[in-house]
Design a protein around this ligand. Sequence first.
Ligand SMILES: [Zn+2]
Length: 245
Amino acid sequence: MKTVYFDRNYSYNAITISDEAYERLLVLAMQYRVCQKCSQLYIDDNPQVARNLCLHCFLAKENKRLTLVGTLPTDETDAVTYQFLDQKGYIYLSRSNSDTYAHSPVEHSIFDTLQYWHFPVPETYEVNKETKETVELASHNWYVYGDVQNKPVVVIEYRERYGIERYGNYLQRQFLAYKNGKIVELNRHKKAIREMYTEAKRRAEATKKGGYYHFDGHPYYQLFDADLYRIIADIASEEQTRDHV
Ligand SMILES: [Zn+2]
């Protein structure tokens, strides 16, 4: 048997029913589900993309000018993951069985963004060349620098503490990811990479006016690694475009 509440505002009014009755009521409830914002039944053109929320109301709520671009396969039979694209080319995910909250809107997923634009992402990394110790790289620890939407190369960065007994080890590595192609670690011991860094610094210095660097029309007192990675992504993209003309 099961105990059900027909309205959570009246939870003292619980009714205990048989398993059979529960199954029948569940089918009925699923059939008559509506969006909690607009009270409309879900239809093919306006599916449930988050818990009790239709596509139309989800987009109105997220207000990021997201576009639905597809669905992803999931392990769960009754849940669908929806993929949305923003204007900068980042992918956001929502799940038909997950809540979205007004104060914590859906976050973009760097890993899914890279997948969507066909940039390769390493799955493992050799942390020790001598012992050949390799760690698995978790998909949620990636960051990206550069223009995923329009450029053939971006810099991707992995950041994570790893290993229980080695707590305190911090894995932070950067890679060049070539669209539909290779992955190259940004290793300053390699001549080609060192030259990219030198060129990136030269370009950053060239933006300096009155003691401030200037990126995208904004002044910055300090030059951060993130700025260099963005410029390196541009340089690698230029090289890639030049080599393939
Ligand atoms: Zn709605």
